[in-house]
Design a binder for this molecule. Structure first.
Ligand code: FES
Length: 90
């Protein structure tokens, strides 16, 4: 997508805006949200987070096609969002 999107954090109630050229991971880190990560490029699976609502635009190399189709998890270092908002279990 060409525009940014919003990430709602279900546990903290925070909402973080992800600019179009950024990533969910770096937007969260910039907002002071502590999240685990390692490779930052969709390879390791460390940054996997459960999706509560919204549709991920998967760009990782970790999830299988079946896992992608469920839209239940997202690798936040590299994947985007289809639409303008996603809610994560954070
Ligand atoms: S940090 Fe490795 S897949 Fe996201």
């Amino acid at each position: 997508m060409s525009e940014g999107f919003k990430v709602k954090l279900a546990r903290s109630g925070q909402t973080v805006t992800v600019e179009k050229d950024s990533s969910i991971l770096f937007a969260l880190l910039d907002a002071g949200v502590s999240v685990p990560y390692s490779c930052s490029s969709g390879l390791c699976g460390t940054c996997e987070v459960d999706v509560l609502s919204g549709t991920p635009d998967h760009k990782d190399f970790v999830l299988t096609e079946e896992e992608r189709a469920t839209n239940r998890t997202i690798m936040i270092c590299c994947s985007g969002v289809i639409g303008d908002e996603i809610e994560l279990d954070l």
